[in-house]
Design a protein around this ligand. Structure first.
Ligand code: GLC
Length: 713
């Protein structure tokens, strides 16, 4: 539609209608029912019938039949016939569930991640949705925080690449195209750094750290064309992101040129009062509108205050119009004025949801997301070994992970089923009692049973981890270890002479030091989604050579957290263990259990012959598969600015390449080193390149790198 069409609509709106266009509620509000599935606290807001007939968008509905009916019922009572926007948390799949985003980050395969997002969009669009609250790109360094599962990890560059891939996958060239949906990047900004890893806790960081690390992925998502941005619950520099003008006006709109819609997180507008930056709903409404917060999710401050704020002269109507115009422009960008039902189609739902193409895509992404952390040669299994299976994740479909949208555990083949299908025989199993939601937060003794049932097994696959409902939102934990009974299961099996292959299902890096020694092999499976059982089986039986690399550091113990690779040097770096006055602990070293970028293969790769061009613009390395199996490695390119006007990280990922090599095959892999890669925000927040010495590093992970120092003008 034309801009004039939109302006005419806005001109015809009452102030109440404008306030409601800026309000998002669960569908039940419109139908006067109790909200069924809430993703946050519920406060009763008394909306008038007429107000609900002009609400702008709905949170969390799904299903083509219901959404067609909902849109029809709504348009029947809407005075101006402005279609509703339907938005939901389609985080890693709609009905076909893909690995959690933290696992997807470990694939280092942005093209596959993009394809998964596109397949997800096709399912969600057929089910009638218009917007997904994804990608979540919060940079994470603290596995005590439950939502690390939703992020693609600790690195700004990797998160930015994956964020852009997901936006492209969801939106394509035009989100109004069939099978596409709008992306809403979240949570802007720095929600991933709550103090002590405690959910919803204060975030406090320097502007420089915000610029160096946390803002990068959101910017990449905006550059990729994300239609929406969701503000985060937390404060940034003591002001809640929901009403933070630095974030929403200066950085997002002025610096980055974002012209789309900003939505609060759940009840974020109301919670500005809990944050104590607004004494009344009137003050909350005024501050959020003036910060440029277009849609209030799941609270009724705008509905209750905007008309009064204008009538009292505390807000200009034009400030509200600015928000409403952006919302209507988004609806227009999605083609809703021409077709309010967009792609909602029950036939398409039937043919697309869980279709074979999407399942095999999910299986491939699950294979590439898993990380082999230890292997003393026990893997891959030939299948002729006497194999036993134990642990709470051995025979459960609860491997989808948090935020699994419409995914169903019963549509997920278990590890046991997949192993037995692949082997063509029953696999002796014991102690497979799965976790129950009723045990949430406890450490139930689910490893009850008798080791005797595995007496004949030579190799025991032990499927352990944390239950998916102890990850995600409102799931911070202070203890990252496996439960005592799971640790005891691993130790006991080792003590009776079994070869132990541990498979960890978790939404975060867990503290695996206590069991590592007793594991002959250790595979981090994350929450791998609908086809996760099959992907684990493919790797254990050697049908797929693991290629995942860690997108987040695994600490030796929780006391080291936050522990990440791209840290600043400090004035007393730990360069020698003999030195007393250095940045270290007296009871543990500084090293992670497994570093960022780490992962093993069933073959061996050598990296040699690092070369950097005279002008420092090209770097390359020779990679060889010196084992006897084909495999893929992730060649990682890092830089370090040796000396600058502000401190710089000791290492920064600036490129990666998945490389597939046959046994004996060699390939020289090159990276272009641009000035932009070596630039940063200086003390005055100016993006700047400073000539000088730089380290150029390339290797298989963030620790094992070939490095050379160059001087660049
Ligand atoms: C939740 C989450 C956010 C989600 C929203 C809607 O509280 O913080 O990620 O998109 O509410 O469900």
């Amino acid at each position: 539609m034309t801009k004039q069409f939109i302006l005419d609509l806005v001109a015809d709106m009452t102030l109440e209608e404008k306030a409601m266009q800026m309000t998002q509620l669960a569908p039940e509000f419109f139908y006067h029912k109790e909200p069924a599935r809430l993703t946050g606290p519920f406060r009763q807001w008394n909306f008038e019938e007429g107000q609900l007939a002009s609400m702008g968008s709905a949170l969390g509905p799904s299903g083509a039949s219901f959404l067609r009916q909902f849109q029809e019922d709504y348009l029947a009572v809407s005075r101006q016939k402005i279609p509703l926007l339907f938005m939901s948390d389609v985080i890693h799949g709609y009905r076909t569930i893909y690995p959690i985003p933290l696992a997807q980050g470990c694939s280092f395969d942005e093209s596959l991640v993009e394809r998964a997002a596109q397949a997800t969009a096709a399912e969600a669009a057929a089910a009638g949705l218009h917007v997904t609250f994804s990608p979540m790109v919060d940079l994470v360094r603290d596995p005590r925080w439950g939502r690390v599962m939703e992020s693609t990890g600790e690195d700004p560059y990797l998160n930015g690449v994956m964020a852009a891939a997901m936006v492209r996958g969801y939106q394509g060239e035009d989100p109004s195209d069939r099978g596409r949906i709008a992306a809403c990047v979240k949570h802007f900004a720095a929600y991933g750094q709550p103090e002590a890893g405690r959910e919803y806790n204060t975030v406090d960081m320097s502007r420089g750290v915000l610029r160096d690390f946390y803002l990068v992925p959101y910017h990449e998502a905006v550059k990729a064309g994300a239609a929406m941005v969701m503000s985060s619950f937390n404060v940034v520099e003591r002001i809640p992101a929901t009403c933070n003008r630095l974030l929403l006006r200066r950085i997002l709109r002025s610096e980055w040129g974002f012209g789309g819609v900003v939505i609060s997180d759940y009840a974020g507008v109301d919670e500005t009062m809990n944050h104590s930056v607004a004494a009344t709903p009137m003050e909350a409404g005024k501050k959020c509108v003036q910060a440029g917060l277009d849609i209030e999710m799941m609270s009724g401050v705008y509905a209750a205050t905007l008309e009064k704020l204008v009538k009292e002269g505390q807000l200009k109507e034009e400030e509200i119009d600015e928000c409403v115009i952006r919302i209507l422009e988004l609806k227009d960008r999605l083609g809703l004025f021409e077709n309010p039902y967009k792609d909602a189609d029950e036939q398409d739902e039937k043919s697309l949801l869980l279709c074979e193409e999407h399942r095999s895509l999910s299986r491939q992404l699950a294979r590439e997301s898993m990380v082999l952390l230890k292997n003393n040669g026990v893997l891959p299994l030939s299948g002729s070994e006497k194999i036993g299976l134990a642990g709470p994740f051995a025979d459960t479909g609860c491997i989808l992970g948090g935020w699994h949208c419409e995914g169903k555990e019963k549509e997920t083949q278990t590890l046991k089923q997949c192993l037995e299908d692949a082997l063509g025989r029953a696999v002796p199993t014991a102690m497979t009692t799965a976790f129950q939601y009723s045990d949430r937060g406890k450490a139930p003794d689910i490893c009850v049973g008798d080791l005797e049932e595995l007496a004949d097994s030579e190799v025991c696959i032990v499927a352990v981890g944390e239950p998916e409902w102890e990850t995600g939102e409102a799931s911070s934990r202070t203890n990252l270890r496996l439960t005592p009974h799971q640790e005891k299961l691993i130790h006991s099996l080792k003590q009776v002479g079994k070869k132990v292959v541990a498979v960890v299902f978790s939404g975060r890096p867990m503290e695996l030091s206590p069991v590592l020694e007793d594991c002959d092999a250790l595979l981090q499976a994350w929450f791998p989604g609908t086809e996760g059982g099959g992907a684990v089986s493919d790797i254990l039986l050697g049908k797929y050579n693991p290629s995942g690399r860690l997108a987040m550091t695994f600490p030796k113990n929780v006391g080291q957290i936050p522990l990440y690779y791209n840290h600043y040097q400090t004035g007393r770096p730990l360069l020698s263990k003999e030195e007393h006055f250095t940045s270290r602990y007296i009871d543990c070293d500084n090293d992670p259990l497994f570093p960022f970028g780490y992962g093993l293969s069933y073959t061996e790769f050598s990296y040699s012959g690092l070369e950097v061009s005279q002008d420092g613009s090209q770097a390359s390395i020779l990679v060889e598969n010196c084992g006897n199996r084909a495999g893929e490695t992730v060649v990682q390119f890092y830089i370090r600015d040796v000396s600058a006007s502000v401190v710089r990280p000791v290492k920064e990922l600036r490129g990666f390449r998945r490389v597939s090599l046959a046994p004996g095959e060699k390939r020289r892999v090159s990276f272009t080193v641009t000035e932009d890669m070596l630039s940063f925000y200086n003390e005055e927040e100016v993006w700047i390149y400073e000539p000088g010495e730089f380290d150029i590093m390339i290797g298989p992970d963030s620790e094992r790198v070939e490095r050379t120092r160059i001087f660049r003008k």
